[in-house]
Design a protein around this ligand. Sequence first.
Ligand SMILES: Nc1ncnc2c1ncn2[C@@H]1O[C@H](COP(=O)(O)OP(=O)(O)OP(=O)(O)O)[C@@H](O)[C@H]1O
Length: 317
Amino acid sequence: MSAVRAEDLRKHYRIRSGRGGEDRVVHAVDGVSFEVPEGRTLAIIGESGCGKSTIARMLVRLAEPTEGRILVHGTEGVDRRAIQLVSQNPWSALNRRKSIRHALEQPLAVHGLYPDKAARAARVRELLHLVGLTDEYLGRRPGGVSGGELQRVTVARALAVEPRVLVLDEPTASLDVSVKALLVNLLLDLKRRLGLSYVLITHEIDIARHLADEVAVMYLGRFVETGDAERIFSAPRHPYTRALLAAVPGPGREPAAPLQGEVPSAVAPPSGCRFHTRCPMAVDACARTEPALEPDQDGRLVACLRADELLSPAETV
Ligand SMILES: Nc1ncnc2c1ncn2[C@@H]1O[C@H](COP(=O)(O)OP(=O)(O)OP(=O)(O)O)[C@@H](O)[C@H]1O
């Protein structure tokens, strides 16, 4: 059974114009489907504004899908213990005036877990140790702890209710380069030890490279390429994936120029292929016909009218 299954998810936000004008509709997520096998990590990557966080919010039921279904371990109903969110900014996720002990006790109290005082205190210490912190952090407040340590606390807090899936929304984005790798290693370790599955949302390609088993590349509310992480990172096929990866320096390789221009408005996405306005490979048909995600010969899915012509550089040598 899949840890997470999303079927044709959509989230449209209606923005009221007032004064008799027409309402506008933001197509934040516009028909995406995916599965995360148990014990695996799916990374959803793409530029800011493509709809990644909206998917994260729907998965943990902070936002209701406009259409589509979400199943967590086969169950469609809301089970707030089964799937938990770790968000980007630990400072806004935690109450500055309360101790770390309080931050870890709170979810236990909300869900009525460990009602016995001594057992609850032991569980709080256990959670802290799980993320590599010692008892001396219990009495501290968020202000007295570094960013990397604080993000560990938010991970511990998410784990308090024993979820089977974590949604990691830009978990390392607020951290210094030197501590990003430490958090990545902790996440890998926890996944193995606790048998967790992850949905990782990130624009940091390096982080996705380290954590992901599978990748979904998102552009303006839709997936343009999905499949095995190793294959996609070593031989990206969709022009958008290629542009995203080319902008990241690799071993012995200078980064290519970043993508030109901005992601167009999700209120009126471009016709045909949504990426055609920025795509170096676009032909006339791309403005008219929206490409479907089609299987490639190596098992990934690519949504590009020119996919057959676009053998990746690694394959052309
Ligand atoms: N509550 C909302 N009301 C209206 N529009 C929204 C709302 N939340 C998100 N959007 C819009 O939906 C689109 C997708 O936003 P989302 O935050 O999911 O993208 P993202 O890829 O996660 O970007 P970021 O990394 O900047 O968070 C954007 O155009 C955004 O402006």
